[in-house]
Design a protein around this ligand. Structure first.
Ligand SMILES: [Zn+2]
Length: 634
């Protein structure tokens, strides 16, 4: 569930025209008619009038912003050789960028809530084009600043108030910048360079069509989100595995187009890294994150090696619990206790989230209250709405959170997670300038997963009941840790293999990608999990591959969150205070120094090893509770 700040990249898939959701739980079928967006209760939608009272105001601000960009160009183009002009120009850029964020969010978020609305789609495309044009007109700022004499740049860093880190980053990037004309051309080609991702999404959202499948003598409808949100979790093994086979066989029909788009994406990244003078594509992709190759490799290698034995035990437990001959890749998402799924209303979630996060202080609970009261959150389920969840924050204003509320306790975890992104923005924005507020993407998922852990910690202490305790702990393992430490980590391992091939001048195709992914799954799961035909196509399922080295950061963020949560559990207030220092520092330091504020040293493998041990201890306890509750021993 990505945090989205300045742009709405990383969009989750849209439901498209699918009008029926078909949920199965413990073999019981529940049909849910999805309604049109206009029929959704207003109280369950986000309030975009927090950005503009109406659309007219957005267009007015767009015109004003275009004029401001033209003026900026007129005033500073060709004149950015002095400290004074550099600082003044960046100061004047700040409100322009904030306005662009507001405009982009207003148009983009409305579409996220209903992709079937062609008017919203046209508006979003128009706004997107206008913003790309403005970006292109402003591209001179960075490239001209870098042409300024060294002394002027150094004195600009010293005298800049709100853009010190921005300037330092720019200077660090200098060795990799191309001529102003080339930079302008590349910016103007931005949408074209993004074409692989657009093609991937178009295949996934518009073209791919699933035929119904049959299980237990009955026909079931199939769709992308139906599979990922329902059938993959389905307790009936025949239905779950039949859905997996049907899903995979349809996916396979699109593998060559998808591989071609992906190959175009990674070869473009390779070409850009060469043009910009990076030694290899990894250095180029890690450069922006301020992360060393060692930190990146450690995350992938250590988790592969040390977490695997724990996860295999968990897989065996699932197999025993469901009476399977052998657990397969198609069974890994099922719940330990499928009959037990606590229901919760939106109003109850408000109290639960507020109380769970109250350990972070009154300012945090005030934010939670505001999020509900001022309608920052889009809970509704409707035709054409994006699936999954995300949080998009506007500088020193509110955040917007998209999710699809389903009355399950799992949805409360999503709310807590997304509010973690909102909390990061709240503290960072308060203490830092617009330019310096966003931390490296290495840490983006730390505040969000921290909130999931705090919620679990709160829940286990509310009831003595063993079944409830097992449910909470297994939610942590099967959602929070599985998602971040297994799913995304396998993606990261796969990506590393792909980039190695690309770096050596090779290319990839559907067959080579499938080979890599199969090896990947076999390496991690060993003999404990069967890898059925179709599992190797998992490389087709994630949009993250089009976002550079992003997948591995999920486990990096959660490592920091886990250690900080355990420290808060043990030490209380001093640890909470350090966590807030970490949040407030925004992007003013690199990840290593930021995490030091929270009390940890991520240049060593200690925090990651301790986190893997912690996951192991959760799985041990789930096994112990299952032995007590069901007499099943693993
Ligand atoms: Zn997230």
């Amino acid at each position: 569930m990505p945090a989205v700040s300045a742009s709405l990249s990383g969009r989750p898939e849209a439901v498209g025209s699918q009008s029926r959701l078909f949920a199965l739980s413990g073999g019981k079928e529940v049909f849910m008619e999805l309604c049109a967006r206009r029929d959704v209760p207003v109280g369950e939608t986000w309030d975009l009038s927090l950005i503009y009272a109406d659309e007219k105001r957005m267009w007015e601000e767009l015109e004003k912003t275009k004029a401001a960009v033209a003026k900026l160009r007129e005033t500073y183009a060709g004149r950015l050789g002095t400290t004074e002009n550099i600082v003044k120009c960046l100061d004047e850029t700040e409100p322009i960028r904030q306005a662009m964020d507001r405009i982009w969010n207003y148009a983009g978020l409305a579409l996220e809530a209903d992709y079937t609305d062609n008017e919203l789609r046209e508006r979003e495309e128009k706004v997107g084009d206008e913003i790309t044009r403005m970006e292109s007109d402003m591209a001179f700022v960075d490239s001209e600043i870098l042409l300024a004499p060294k002394e002027e740049l150094q004195s600009a860093v010293k005298s800049a108030r709100g853009c010190r880190v921005y300037l330092e980053d720019l200077i660090a990037r200098k060795a990799h910048m191309l001529s102003p004309e080339t930079e302008k051309t590349l910016t103007a080609l931005g949408r074209t360079l993004d074409a692989p991702y657009t093609i991937y999404n178009t295949m996934k959202l518009a073209d791919i069509a699933f035929d119904p499948f049959t299980a237990n003598g009955k026909e079931y409808p199939l769709g992308y989100s139906l599979f990922e949100d329902n059938y993959e979790l389905e307790a009936d093994t025949e239905v779950r595995r039949a859905a997996f086979r049907a899903f995979s066989s349809t996916l396979a029909k699109y593998k060559n187009t998808t591989a071609a788009a992906y190959n175009a994406c990674v070869t473009t990244e390779k070409t850009l890294s060469e043009l910009r003078g990076f030694g290899d594509v990894f250095s180029s992709l890690l450069f922006e994150q301020k992360v060393t190759r060692e930190m990146y490799d450690r995350q992938i290698d250590l988790i592969t090696e040390r977490l695997a034995p724990h996860m295999r035990r968990y897989a065996r437990l699932l197999g025993r619990k469901y009476g399977l001959d052998k657990t397969t890749f198609a069974d890994l998402k099922i719940a330990v206790d499928p009959e037990y799924d606590p229901k919760v209303t939106i109003e109850e979630s408000r109290r639960i989230v507020r109380e769970a996060l109250s350990i972070l202080g009154d300012d945090y609970t005030d934010m939670v209250e505001r999020a509900y009261r001022e309608r920052w959150i889009d809970f509704a389920r409707n035709i054409g709405k994006s699936t999954g969840g995300f949080c998009s924050s506007l500088y020193r204003r509110n955040s917007f959170i998209l999710l699809n509320w389903n009355d399950r306790m799992a949805d409360v975890f999503t709310v807590a997670h997304e509010l973690g992104h909102a909390g990061q923005s709240m503290y960072g924005d308060k203490a830092q300038s617009y330019f310096d507020t966003d931390p490296s993407s290495y840490l983006i998922e730390a505040p969000s997963t921290m909130n999931e852990l705090l919620l679990a910690h709160y829940l286990v202490n509310t009831k003595e009941d063993k079944r409830f305790r097992r449910w909470v702990l297994s939610s942590l393992v099967s959602n929070t840790y599985y998602h971040n430490f297994v799913t995304h980590l396998r993606e990261a391992w796969y990506q590393r293999e792909v980039y190695r091939i690309i770096d050596e001048g090779g290319s990839v195709n559907a067959d080579s990608l499938s080979d890599i992914f199969r090896r990947n799954l076999e390496l991690f799961w060993g003999d404990d999990v069967g890898i059925p035909d179709g599992a190797e196509l998992t490389w087709m399922r994630q949009p993250h591959y089009y976002m550079g080295l992003y997948s591995y950061t999920y486990s990096a963020g959660l490592t920091v969150a886990t250690q900080a949560m355990l420290r808060i559990e043990k030490e209380g207030k001093p640890a909470v205070d350090d966590w807030k220092k970490f949040l407030s520092a925004g992007g003013t330091m690199d990840p290593v120094d930021l995490v030091k504020l929270a009390g940890f040293d991520i240049t060593t493998d200690a925090p990651l090893c301790a986190t893997i041990d912690y996951i192991g201890s959760l799985i041990d306890e789930i096994c112990r509770l299952t032995e007590e509750l069901d007499g099943i021993k693993v």
